[in-house]
Write a protein that binds this ligand. Structure first.
Ligand SMILES: *Cc1c(COP(=O)(O)O)cnc(C)c1O
Length: 421
């Protein structure tokens, strides 16, 4: 039996209606920007396996560091114990995070990083004797699939079975030149008429919302109003973090800094799952008390796993090298050149770019998970390119190590799609 046949027996895949899409493609090997299937066909990973493998799959430097760590210390409970990789990682992260961030809290994935951020914000007010019970979020944001994160995600069209159990969330539109005044007014009304604890947002680029982009100055207006009203701001940098926007964090483009930042995905370079929620000293201080009950009682068994920490340390080291900074500038320029070439194509409705993230909206109507979407996906895969369209938006978010040839090839395959549809 092939892997594909064996897969069907016991496996249940995420985001998959198995009755309509029974087949999953087995990948047996990955290196750099390439994925290899069981018949040795290669695919260029144009989305860095959901924005994780930014330093290239099975990166040799990271591999070396993980192997060293694996022989030294594999796992230790992080409640009451500590270790060198977590300590070093906290030191290195604080150096590159926005200057107001002081404390690092560990979990396992992007959803839990946001879950932790939301719980920190709620308990921050609770510990100060204020009962604030409402979260503000963007209408089309995405923050993950656990209950808190899912409640804050406005995109989720398939959330029917769970909606009765959501936490309290009020939504504002993503700001733009036309609506900014009404967005601000709506925000102020919510703050006046509700007990608002926090505002959670994806800074500048909303990944799952088809890479929708919005301007730093509008976000800054929203954040300043939150600050004035002691509404805790939570930047979900799970997608945007670690260089993708052209700066280390998208929040680096915004004058007002968030109180809390969640990170995952590229944090551990596609090697192992891990997530971090960072916060200011002010947030942390609200949990310091003679009473145990004011502590943050949240833990995951694998919190700050030493192996995962060693991966993150190696990745952060790579990100800061001249070599990787050059990769980032090179990809930015290549996307810009491609954009010049296609932005006026009749099949292209709009294009957008932030750093190495490039997206183009096709001039056709289609459902997010409809038949057309799968046809476009098949076009890419048949041509040896792994791109996963989000509705009618095709986006490229390649590993930093992608070669010019590979990137040009992706751009060419997009061009042939435009001529075909
Ligand atoms: C992927 C993502 C999440 C969820 O992370 P998981 O690790 O999949 O739980 C949350 N927020 C954003 C912005 C993401 O891109």
């Amino acid at each position: 039996m092939t892997l594909q046949e064996r897969d069907k027996k016991h496996l249940w895949h995420p985001l998959t209606q198995h009755k309509i899409h029974p087949d999953a493609l087995p990948i047996v090997k990955a290196k750099g920007a390439l994925l290899y299937d069981e018949y040795d066909k290669t695919y260029i990973d144009g989305i860095a396996s959901w924005y994780t493998a930014m330093y290239g799959h099975c990166n040799d430097y990271i591999l070396e560091k993980v192997q060293e760590q694996m022989q030294q210390l594999d796992q230790i409970v992080f409640a009451g114990f500590t270790h060198q990789p977590a300590i070093k990682l906290s030191e290195e992260l604080i150096k590159i995070l926005p200057a107001n961030q002081e404390k690092i809290f560990f979990s396992d994935n992007g959803s839990t990083a946001n879950e932790v951020g939301i719980k920190m914000a709620l308990q921050y007010h609770f510990n100060k004797g204020e009962k604030r019970n409402t979260i503000i979020a963007f209408k089309d944001g995405f923050h993950g699939d656990t209950f808190g994160a899912m409640s804050a995600s406005g995109l989720s069209v398939y959330n029917g079975p769970f909606e009765d159990f959501f936490i309290n969330v009020k939504r504002i539109s993503t700001p733009n030149f036309e609506n900014i005044d009404s967005v601000i007014k709506q925000l102020q009304t919510y703050i006046e008429t509700n007990e608002v604890a926090a505002f959670i947002y994806e800074p500048l680029v909303q990944g799952a919302n088809a890479m929708h982009m919005y301007e730093a100055r509008y976000l800054n207006q929203i954040l300043s109003i939150c600050k004035e009203n002691n509404v805790i701001t939570i930047a979900d940098e799970v997608m945007t973090g670690f260089g993708k926007t052209g700066k280390v964090f998208a929040s680096d483009f915004v004058e007002t800094k968030p109180d809390i930042i969640s990170m995952s995905k590229a944090l551990t370079a596609g090697f192992v799952p891990m997530a971090i929620t960072s916060c200011t000293q002010e947030i942390y201080n609200a949990f310091l008390d003679d009473s145990i009950g004011k502590a943050f009682f949240h833990a995951h068994t694998y919190s700050a796993n030493p192996i995962a920490c060693s991966v993150a340390l190696a990745a952060i080291e790579l990100l800061q090298t001249e070599e990787f900074q050059n990769h980032i500038s090179r990809i930015i320029r290549a996307h810009e050149n491609f954009d010049e070439q296609i932005k006026n194509h009749p099949k292209v409705r709009a294009t957008r770019q932030k750093g190495v993230i490039y997206a183009l909206e096709l001039n056709i109507e289609m459902d997010r998970y409809g038949k057309k979407r799968y046809e476009i996906f098949d076009h890419f895969m048949q041509n040896g390119v792994c791109l996963r369209p989000l509705g009618n938006t095709v986006y490229v978010l390649p590993p930093y190590v992608i070669t010019n040839e590979q990137l040009n090839y992706i751009h060419d395959v997009i061009l042939t799609l435009l001529d075909k549809i």
